[in-house]
Write a new protein. Structure first.
Length: 223
């Protein structure tokens, strides 16, 4: 599995540009021209809506929203959030739920390394900090994936140190009875995407290893 940091630490990547990059990499992985690849980056601020997004989840002030071909509902991506897009071949028979659980486990283990206790919430994807004296259940990491021809796209968004007010314009992931948090908010210290990228690569490699298929022999490509 190959990890590629896309301008991480130097530029906030435009969502449409990164989506095009995902599609190119996906086609190469499907064709056997590239090994399994995980793209890691920070986006410029953007709202994206998955296939299950309801009209009342969206901003009411005319803020633009990008409709995408992943599962899930509406969310925000932007500075202070580490995005990981695994583009990997899943083992057969393809089990999308097991793949999502593997992604969640990687983030649960990452958060534990940062001294943040997280969990899953029944019926809701992502990684959560359970309700406590500080507030309601709050989402630390959103998960939204697509699988085509046995190869994954999209992935996870880990809140390291984003401006959480960006979520105020939407109903994040269509959930109105919970909140959103970050590693920085939970620990009281600033934790940036660069601070967690090494550990994220390690945990993803460990969690996804059992879910992915061995690479097929590369297809010769004529110059």
């Amino acid at each position: 599995m190959r990890f590629e940091r896309v301008r991480l630490g130097s530029e906030h990547v435009d969502y449409h540009w990164a989506w095009d990059l995902q599609r190119r990499v996906h086609a190469e992985v499907v064709a056997g021209e590239r090994e399994d690849t995980v793209l890691l980056l920070e986006h410029a601020g953007v709202y994206t809506a998955g296939k299950r997004t309801a009209s009342w989840d969206r901003p009411t002030d005319g803020t633009p929203v990008v409709d995408v071909d992943r599962g899930g509902r509406i969310t925000w991506h932007g500075p202070g959030q580490l995005i990981a897009y695994p583009i990997v071949r899943l083992r057969e028979p393809v089990d999308v739920v097991a793949y999502v659980r593997a992604l969640e486990q990687a983030v649960i283990d990452l958060a534990a390394d940062c001294d943040v206790a997280t969990t899953r919430v029944a019926g809701r994807s992502g990684v959560w900090v359970a309700a406590d004296a500080r507030g309601r259940d709050r989402k630390l990491c959103a998960v939204g994936v697509r699988v085509a021809k046995g190869v994954t796209m999209h992935g996870i968004a880990i809140n390291a140190c984003p401006d959480l007010s960006a979520y105020d314009r939407i109903v994040p992931c269509g959930i109105d009875d919970a909140d959103v948090t970050s590693l920085s908010a939970e620990t009281g210290r600033t934790i940036t995407p660069l601070d967690i990228v090494d550990a994220t690569e390690h945990e993803l490699a460990r969690a996804l290893g059992a879910r992915t298929r061995p690479a097929r022999p590369a297809v010769a490509v004529r110059p």
